[in-house]
Design a protein around this ligand. Structure first.
Ligand SMILES: CC(=O)SCCNC(=O)CCNC(=O)[C@H](O)C(C)(C)COP(=O)(O)OP(=O)(O)OC[C@H]1O[C@@H](n2cnc3c(N)ncnc32)[C@H](O)[C@@H]1OP(=O)(O)O
Ligand SMILES: O=C([O-])CC(=O)C(=O)O
Length: 377
């Protein structure tokens, strides 16, 4: 008998079709509903991209106006949700706050048990609208700052920064943030999206699927890597007492690799010749380095990237440039992955709705290799 073929980590396994995005490692490209993500990042607002992911087409002016009105009307947190967040310890991870908030929003949704297309679209827009306020509220409460209520005269990204920092961000910063949201929005059958699709395949509800997806994104092998990149940068900077950060980056890396550590922000399951989103995000990092006058951050980025290339020939993924961008903007490091959540809600919910269009319970097989059959004495 031949040994059964085991696909550890489902690597290389095609499990379904999708019309939402195409990740192409051969051409190093990423399409959302057919559009190259770089074009969308250069020319569109995140609201337009969210609409595209959900509806398959970019909105007309009238459709966008209706859509943004709906989003702006649902931005504020309810007193009930604020109370639940306040009950969580400030020592808990902000991803736990996002996960809890998604669950509370589901439990209190008037259409909680309705999984029709219209109800799911309403739920998706509601989560998209409210998650920035959750993230901003949580960072402020940890810092002992008062809540800043949303403004409906600002677009998604400008309002997100307003609620977090209590002042209007410069256009350059809003632009870089908007680009990051678009790049983080969607990436086919990644671990968190697949989690969402697995939960949906049991005919559970949209908020349950998003709550599970948030749990999957938290891990450092997935979304948690953007936070981990900043821990790496902090370690390297601390160890470079003489100020020669670039030299210390190589030494830090040699030690980490000798200890068989994974270097967060590098490598990818699908892309082996570079992540399609990195050049666009790196351009935003360059802009932020210039805007905040922090050339040291750019130098450290390049030093570690170069050293990793020389030693392992492993290239950065999107989390590598995104981490320092969020740091320069003033976000606390543990808040980085919640920013990824806010963006990916669009992709997750598009996949949840696509899964329901042609559902089949996701239930793979396993090869048993435990004890032989035995009996109680
Ligand atoms: C937005 C995102 O979610 S992108 C992903 C974010 N995650 C990270 O940045 C975490 C760091 N990266 C990794 O752990 C991996 O590259 C993953 C999990 C993303 C992809 O991993 P896989 O496709 O499973 O590749 P795998 O882990 O088998 O790596 C293949 C080889 O490259 C090495 N490798 C891959 N990535 C790294 C890394 N970041 N640091 C060190 N070595 C690495 C592995 O050790 C392995 O070497 P070996 O063959 O000598 O054992
Ligand atoms: O595709 C993946 O495996 C991880 C990733 O880059 C993403 O989810 O954006």
């Amino acid at each position: 008998m031949t040994d059964p073929q085991i696909h550890k980590g489902l690597a290389g396994v095609l499990v379904d079709t999708t019309r939402i995005s195409k990740v192409n490692p051969e051409t190093n490209s990423l399409l959302y509903r057919g559009y190259p993500v770089q074009e969308l990042a250069a020319r569109c607002s995140f609201e337009e991209v969210a609409y595209l992911l959900w509806n398959g087409e970019l909105p007309t002016e009238a459709q966008l106006a209706e859509f943004t009105d709906g989003e702006r009307a649902q931005r504020a947190l309810t007193p009930e949700l604020k109370a639940v967040i306040d009950a969580l310890p400030v020592t808990c991870h902000p991803m736990d706050v996002c996960r809890t908030a998604a669950s509370v929003l589901g439990a209190s949704h008037e259409l909680a048990e309705d999984s029709s297309v219209q109800a799911n679209m309403d739920k998706a827009v509601g989560l998209f609208a409210a998650m920035p306020a959750v993230v901003a509220y949580d960072q402020r409460r940890r810092r002992g700052e008062d809540v800043v209520e949303p403004r409906d005269d600002l677009g998604y990204s400008a309002n997100f920064l307003w609620m977090t920092f209590g002042e209007e961000a410069a256009p350059e910063v809003v632009e870089a943030f908007n680009v990051s949201m678009i790049l983080y929005a969607e990436h086919s059958f990644n671990a968190s999206t697949f989690t969402g699709r697995v939960i949906t395949s049991t005919l559970s509800d949209l908020h349950s699927a998003v709550t599970g997806a948030i749990g999957a994104l938290k891990g450092p092998l997935h979304g948690g890597a953007n936070e981990a990149v900043m821990h790496t940068f902090a370690e390297i900077t601390e160890s470079a007492a003489d100020g020669d950060v670039a030299a210390h980056a190589a030494a830090w890396l040699d030690e980490a690799l000798a200890e068989k550590k994974k270097i967060m922000g590098f490598g990818h399951r699908v892309y082996k010749n570079g992540d399609s989103r990195v050049p666009t995000m790196k351009a935003s990092l360059d802009n932020m380095v210039k805007y905040y006058d922090r050339p040291d951050m750019g130098e450290l980025y390049t030093a570690l990237e170069t050293a990793m290339g020389e030693r392992k020939n492993i290239l950065p993924n999107l989390d590598y440039p995104a981490g320092p961008v969020y740091h320069l903007m003033g976000f606390d490091t543990p808040t980085f992955t919640p920013l990824f959540v806010a963006a990916r809600i669009t992709g997750w919910t598009a996949h949840i709705m696509e899964q329901l269009e042609a559902n089949s319970l996701i239930r793979p097989l396993s090869e048993y290799n435990g004890a032989e059959e035995r009996h109680l004495p």
